[in-house]
Each structure stands twice: as structure tokens, then as C-alpha cells.
Design a protein around this ligand. Sequence first.
Ligand SMILES: [Zn+2]
Ligand SMILES: [Zn+2]
Length: 165
Amino acid sequence: MGSPHACTDPHHHVHDARGFVAAVERACGERGLRLTAIRARVLGLIAQAGQPIKAYDLLDKVRAGEGAGAAAPPTVYRALDFLLANGFIHKLESINAFVACHHPDSAQHSVPFLICNRCHSATELEDASIVATLDAAARALGFAPQAQTLEVHGLCAKCAIAERP
Ligand SMILES: [Zn+2]
Ligand SMILES: [Zn+2]
């Protein structure tokens, strides 16, 4: 898969899908979770995509692969639920797509995303203070926050330069 990465920080991309799946497999072992064949396959496809991928594209890719018999849509959706619940992937609500979490060792976390409207790259904005600020502001209003979805759309550094007249 040679889709070009257009991220400013190379560490924000899961470049090596195989290595990524292996890392998640290790994390699963440590946490007593089971990375079944279909879960590993779905995870590998998301990592390979190199940018957010929609569920129906994922279903197509799973179907195109070998052992397709076991990959009915509900099976794939259950695999996605598992990967989401354990923080191995993120769902980007604004574009309804999935992206691999580039630090699979940490548990499920809230993280703001920067999403490029031109090349569709998605970058985790690792700044815990943003999450903490939102959390504190919500609590100050007596609101008990359970999850945060913060997605910033715009142009990544590369695309911003490319778009400059
Ligand atoms: Zn993450
Ligand atoms: Zn871009």
C-alpha cells in the first residue's frame, strides 16, 4: 500500500502496519485481551490505510481478502467495537471514519484530532491540558463529562504550503 502520508510529524502515523498489529498483540497479552484473527485483520487494514478509513471501505477490503467467509459485516463491526473500546483505534465522528491510535500501549483516551480537509490526514493533538481544561470547565457547570469528541478541520502544514498562491 503506497498511499502517501501527508503528516507533519512522522511519529503521528502508523507507518508499519505489521509492527503496529504486533504491538497491539503484545498490549492485548498484557491486558488479558484476545486479538482474534478478524480483529487483527481489521486493525491491520486500518493501519495500512495510513489515513482515516470509513466502515464501508473497510468492509470492502475485508471481503477482498482471504478467509472472507468469516467476515460478515456484524463480525467486522464487533471487531471495530473491540478495537475502539480498548483504545487501539479512534473513531472520527465528523467524517465517520476510523484511524489507528499511534500509541496502542495506553488505554482508551480522549484526544483532540487535527483533520486535513485536503489530504485527509488525521493527527492526534497530544496535549493533555486541552482535555483537562474541557473536563474542568464542564465540571464547573456541574456537568459530568464521560467522553470528548474534539475534531479540528483545516489544512495540515504540507497542504497549507501547497495551497499558498
Ligand atoms: Zn490515540
Ligand atoms: Zn494535508
